[in-house]
Design a binder for this molecule. Sequence first.
Ligand code: THU
Length: 128
Amino acid sequence: MIPDNELIRAAEEMLDKAYAPYSGFRVGAALLCADGRVFTGCNVENASYGGTICAERTAALKAVSEGAREFKAIAIVSGAGDLTFPCGICRQFLSEFACDDFRVILRDKNGNIVSFTFEELMPHSFKL
Ligand code: THU
């Protein structure tokens, strides 16, 4: 299983690819799936602001569209440096494919890696 610091590094590599001309806020994500594959993503903004897609959902869409259906962990970093938690829309989106012990791995401005269970960030999530 890929260590947390490697997943963070994969997320950091995506910061260069972020398309964020409106907010200037770059985000990178790396999503580890149960089959061992890692899918990366960056935020992709749009002139019609509501059309913006966050880094986490970019990674999730890449994973699901390639057949991965079970998420084990996601690393998220931003150009701002401090902890960048997934937004509410991304939490709902990720919950659809989260395994029981799905973890969210973040990096603070000192480079320390911290992790949370998805359940901590989104208890009682909506499911059909
Ligand atoms: N953003 C993400 O990519 N992930 C989040 O969880 C929070 C927000 C992006 C969306 C937008 O391009 C920029 O950060 C500012 O909101």
